[in-house]
Design a binder for this molecule. Structure first.
Ligand code: BES
Ligand code: ZN
Ligand code: ZN
Length: 494
């Protein structure tokens, strides 16, 4: 599907226009300054005229001089934000996919300082809402829509469309691998798929550690999770280096949990349906990394993905085991279902050796984050106020919900073990997301700014966001991470 940015309408296309209201003397009246006179006089003639003013979200379809228009009431103009537009555009695109070959969406009346932000949001929504996963469907849905014209007077519109496409295409890739199934996308296959995708980008170097190499690295925790599996673990290590770089170039490391399926192991899950999405952390950081490489980010970025499944067999690790981590700490495996933190722990320690400026890990780590924040808000834990502020700011710019949860000594105490240095399950069963972060903190250099993102709630089924599929992978947090990478003042962190 092609997206065209222009300020001239094509007469063949069905045009969508946003109409605003003005509140005057307790009455809602149409803000005429936002509409074309021909449309205003046509609206005035139709029956729905009165209703159209009554409540926002009213839609009126008109034919003016043989051209088809849909006018969408969107409330007061000062409450109309890029996020409102993102949602409106998504609804238009979704409802047009099977109906029209070409549509145009009129952004010309969205003036002001955020004109460019409106355009960027519309481009994002145009792509993101057209996604569907039909790999395993015998009969694919047929689509008519070939072209979306975004009417805008922003200069360099086509350039922005290209830039955004790098991100939305990466989100498509993330959604595809999250939605794919565990019997096809095994650990070996997932690593292969990511590496073959990354190899297409010249500025990225790829390295894959197989089981032997992971053994050589003494990643005891990672290997313990993989122990019951018929598939080999993989550590995918990708590096992006900008064209102009020297030893002072900031270096960000992204670490992702890549569990192709989480049965819980011997601490078997009651319900494991949808646990194919337990590699969403890896998919999210890879998509952000890929986008940043295509956008020629000016910092160095490494992407480290810990990939395995968590299965049961006679070889699988049992609860009560004690395992030595890569950083030599002993860990009591109190629950084999708290496996994500084990894989991440060794990957974070591997990342530490690369002496990064900052680390972000991303994982579908705990069900507890859903209890704390619901399915709409991503949880964040960090050892740095400055770094947290930077990502909160990016998330707010991208209209993605992010909330910081604390790390406190009482939680740190709660993961102490009687038999080993630490245990992978806290002694008391509340505040699970924060205690998981307290566990990860053992594998972080305290001097390195670090953020842990728990995306267990937001990784899929974001039905409240029209630009995400209502079921399946969302790709939420990729845009925020890309915004951080591209816009943050990294020198301030060092
Ligand atoms: N992969 C799960 C977390 C999860 C839950 C992801 C729901 C997506 C949706 C993780 O490995 C897990 O099982 N966590 C346990 C931890 C517990 C045993 C301390 C959990 O949250 O119940
Ligand atoms: Zn688990
Ligand atoms: Zn898991």
């Amino acid at each position: 599907m092609e997206i065209i940015i222009t300020n001239k309408n094509s007469t063949s296309s069905h045009r969508f226009i946003f109409a605003f209201y003005k509140k005057e003397k307790k009455q809602n009246i149409l803000d005429k300054s936002s509409l074309d006179n021909r449309i205003i006089s046509s609206i005035a003639k139709i029956k729905a005229y009165k209703d159209f003013f009554k409540s926002p979200q009213q839609t009126v379809q008109l034919t003016v001089e043989k051209n088809l228009f849909t006018v969408i009431g969107v409330g007061e103009s000062d409450k109309f934000t890029p996020e409102t537009l993102r949602k409106e555009v998504a609804k238009i695109v979704k409802s047009s996919l099977q109906k029209y070959e070409e549509i145009s969406i009129d952004l010309l009346n969205l003036k002001g300082s955020s004109e460019k932000d409106f355009l960027l949001a519309a481009i994002e929504a145009s792509h993101l809402s057209a996604y569907s996963f039909e790999k395993y469907k015998g009969k694919k849905t047929t689509r008519k829509l070939k072209q979306i014209i975004l009417l805008s007077s922003v200069k360099n519109g086509q350039h922005y469309a290209k830039q955004i496409h790098n991100i939305t295409e990466s989100i498509y890739f993330a959604r595809d691998i999250i939605n794919d199934v565990p019997n096809v996308l095994t650990s070996e296959m997932l690593a292969k798929e990511i590496v073959s995708n990354a190899k297409k980008i010249k500025s990225i170097k790829c390295k894959v550690l197989d089981k032997n190499a992971i053994k050589k690295e003494k990643m005891g925790l990672f290997l313990a999770v993989n122990q019951g599996s018929m598939h080999q673990p993989r550590l995918v290590h990708l590096t992006y280096t900008p064209k102009k770089s020297n030893k002072n170039t900031p270096h960000l490391i992204l670490v992702g949990k890549g569990l192709t399926f989480d049965t819980g192991g011997y601490s078997l899950k009651n319900s494991m349906i949808n646990m194919k999405t337990d590699m969403a952390g890896a998919a999210t950081v890879y998509a952000a990394f890929r986008s940043a490489a295509l956008l020629n980010a000016d910092i160095k970025i490494s992407c480290i993905l810990g990939i395995t499944d968590n299965s049961i067999s006679s070889k699988a690790i049992t609860p009560d085991s004690v395992v030595i981590a890569r950083n030599k700490k002993s860990v009591e495996i109190a629950n084999t279902d708290a496996e994500g933190r084990l894989v991440l722990a060794d990957c974070l320690d591997y990342a530490k050796d690369l002496k990064p400026t900052a680390i972000i890990d991303c994982a579908t780590l705990t069900g507890a984050v859903v209890a704390a924040l619901g399915t709409e808000i991503c949880g964040m834990m960090s050892n740095s106020d400055k770094f947290s502020e930077m990502l909160l700011n990016s998330a707010s710019n991208c209209n993605e919900y992010l909330w910081r949860l604390p790390l406190i000594d009482e939680h740190r105490d709660d993961i102490k073990s009687n038999i080993a240095d630490i245990r992978n399950l806290a002694n008391t069963s509340n505040a699970g997301s924060m205690k998981a972060a307290a566990f990860l903190e053992h594998f972080i250099d305290p001097k390195t700014p670090w953020i842990h993102l728990d995306i267990a709630g937001v990784a899929d089924s974001q039905g409240h966001l029209p630009y995400c599929p209502s079921k399946g992978a969302s790709g939420v947090m990729v845009r925020s991470l890309v915004n951080l990478i591209m816009n943050a003042k990294w020198q301030n962190l060092a």
